[in-house]
Design a protein around this ligand. Sequence first.
Ligand SMILES: [Mg+2]
Length: 225
Amino acid sequence: MLLLVDADDTLWENNIYFERVIQEFVEFVNHQQYSPEEVRAILDEIELANRALHGYGSEAFGRNLREAFHRLATRPVAPEQLAYVEGLAAAIAKQELEILEGVPETLEYLAGRHRLVLCTKGSREEQHAKLARSGLERLFAQAVVVREKNEAAYRGLTAELGAVPADTWMIGNSPRSDINPALAAGINAVWIPHAHTWSLEHEELRGGSGRLVVISKFALLRDIF
Ligand SMILES: [Mg+2]
């Protein structure tokens, strides 16, 4: 069987770092008219508008923060302010990886039984660097970084890997990127919700022709595969 495995917030923490930076950003902006929630909503709006254009990852995020800062500014923006905002996002790329509970030993078990392919989106360089730092790289037959994890990407990926969709599973935390498009492409899916999944990755589960299994933690994959 082919197991496609998501990385961020499935194998290791990711969104919590973005959330921390957003909090620091909101404090730094210290807006006199907008509440923290309204500042956050403006940033979300910018992220939503830019994701098709600039993709994901800390660099794209830094660009979004700068744009939000400009939009929220009531006075001329100083270069030092932009440098500070940019620095907040840049720190994410240097963040030490926190592997989620049960991941290494479960991957080890799965790798002995199935073909594992890491399937993630974002910046190719950043994602490959994280995988290398994680110490988990040797457990994957290969790692694929796509621009957007949509139905077409999953169809293309299974074809490219010579896999039969019905014998393929996608494992991940994001309904929008891991579950709904995989099911729509006829792939089966295991959803492992993460308490801090990015708000823009939430989506109602739509189903499709693939099977869906929901589990509470990564280690329970042993019971399925
Ligand atoms: Mg994820």
